[in-house]
Design a protein. Structure first.
Length: 465
């Protein structure tokens, strides 16, 4: 087996065993940590913006970037294979020390050393069997890498066709305008397989920092606090105009204020910091955390949160984009100073105040509409804490506007449903929608989601026949 292939095989073996350790014992996984660090170091969210434009707002861009990091990692390990086993392991150790706590780094490097020693090329004639085994390992490593990258690339491509807005389902047992947990959009800094899957019996919430009595709560403790229900729309800052990264649900939990009263807040505390099981970190000025609708929730639409959407506990902050609202929270710290948050370290707006948006759910982009027949133009509009006061629609590219009917909201923090019956003439028509929030019309100036959320009117051509 060539030195190159042997170095590469050692890299693949280490990566596969590391992945198993990650899945079974939750140990830090170097390519994943590398991905986190690189995305921060690059400080060039334009790369992600470009990936999103190219691959759609689904998971494709993120997976694509991860594949890049994985190749970088495997390439590095292959190069290490050109050094003597001990030297290679020491170089790896130095690299790992930058990425993870000392014990894990040493463990990994030792493991790598063992793999390298085991893969030492067979020299003598009577080692023919060994030579065959090594060749098989080499071939296996190539196959595993091909299969894994093939699978990931397929996901990258699948990520591209997630553009449809999930229709608000007719006949759903949920109230009108409420999206089921299954239909709620999903966004995560992690590859989905790396999202935390927490067990109620192992999970606790620690409240620490500038509090009178630092305490640890179980989920059962927290459910004994006075419970509150709130209908609230969650909106991702990376949602493009007309996009589907927005959803409305009924959440159950308790106020952050209630929790803070239990632990007693000390003088000098100015920020509340959420720390999550996936290393995500976010913060909020303490004053805002006391507002009556800032909730920690464990249920959605009457059912427990699933792992994807944050089991067992996530925070909801009216008026701010989804990135401010940590899932899988394990610790809440009160501090006199603010911390950089996960996405603000990567170029996104730290404050993330929701901007007014409106979209069509009918007609849908790219789908035909019948002529000479009454249809219902409809969609949603949302502006965070600011109420939607009016929604207008144009069927002539913005030359003239019609007022739509708004459905009364059940909550100040829910999106507003709008509709307008209309009969189209045959032909091609450009439809446009714009909302007024707090009496002010939504800006028609288009802006990319990065760094502070997209703006502009949702407009597209419909083919009426
Ligand atoms: N711990 C953690 N919380 C997180 C994130 C994350 O990656 N990790 N992503 C945030 C972002 S960017 C958004 S838009 C919402 C998405 O929540 P959802 O997937 O349940 O809709 O979660 C937020 N909370
Ligand atoms: Mo987001």
């Amino acid at each position: 087996m060539s030195v190159w292939l042997s170095g590469f095989s050692a890299g693949v073996l280490l990566s596969v065993l590391g992945l198993l350790a990650r899945l079974w014992a939750g140990l830090p996984y170097p390519p994943q940590v590398l991905f986190d660090r690189l995305t921060r170091l690059m400080g060039t969210p334009e790369v992600f913006n470009w990936l999103h434009q190219w691959l759609g707002v689904g998971q494709g861009g993120k997976i694509g970037a991860f594949v890049g990091v994985l190749f970088l990692w495997l390439g590095g390990l292959t190069l290490l294979g050109l050094m003597a086993p001990l030297v290679g392991s020491l170089v790896l150790l130095v690299g790992l020390l930058v990425l993870m706590p000392v014990p894990w780094a040493i463990g990994y490097a030792l493991f790598y050393l063992l793999i390298r020693l085991a893969l030492q090329p067979a020299q003598k004639a009577h080692q023919a069997g060994r030579r065959q085994a090594l060749n098989a390992i080499g071939a296996g490593s190539l196959l595993v890498t091909l299969a894994a990258s093939g699978g990931l690339f397929r996901k990258v491509l699948q990520g591209t066709d997630q553009t449809a807005t999930p229709a608000l389902k007719a006949g759903s047992p949920l109230p009108e305008g409420v999206v089921s947990q299954e239909d709620l959009y999903y966004v995560s800094k992690n590859l989905e397989g790396f999202d935390p899957v927490l067990k109620e019996q192992d999970w606790t919430l620690k409240v620490s920092g500038r509090v009178n009595t630092p305490q640890t709560f179980t989920l059962a403790d927290l459910k004994k606090l006075p419970q509150k229900q709130l209908e609230l729309t969650l909106n991702c800052i990376s949602n493009p105009v007309g996009g589907f990264l927005i959803g409305n649900a009924i959440w159950t939990g308790f106020t952050v204020r209630e929790l803070l009263n239990r632990v007693g807040v000390q003088q000098g505390a100015k920020f509340i910091i959420w720390k999550a099981a996936d290393g995500y970190i976010e913060s909020l000025p303490l004053g805002e955390a006391y507002e009556e609708d800032v909730l920690l929730v464990h249920s959605i639409n009457g059912e427990p949160l699933n792992a994807r959407h944050g089991f067992p506990l996530r925070v909801l902050i009216p008026g701010r984009y989804g990135m401010k609202q940590a899932r899988w929270i394990t610790e809440i710290e009160l501090s006199s100073t603010d911390v950089p948050s996960y996405w603000s370290q990567r170029g996104w707006d730290k404050e993330a105040f929701i901007k007014p948006s409106s979209r069509f759910d009918y007609p849908e982009e790219g789908k035909p509409v019948p002529a000479q027949q009454q249809v219902e133009l409809r969609g949603v509009a949302f502006a965070g804490k600011t109420p939607i006061t009016r929604v207008e629609v144009s069927v002539d590219g913005g030359k003239s506007w019609m007022e739509t009917t708004l459905k009364e909201r059940r909550s100040n923090h829910a999106w507003t449903l709008w509709s307008l019956p209309w009969t189209f003439e045959e032909g091609i028509h450009e439809v446009v929608v714009r909302a007024h929030a707090g009496g002010k019309v939504q800006t028609d100036q288009t802006a990319d989601p990065l760094p502070s959320g997209s703006t502009g009117w949702h407009r597209f051509l419909v083919n009426v026949s």
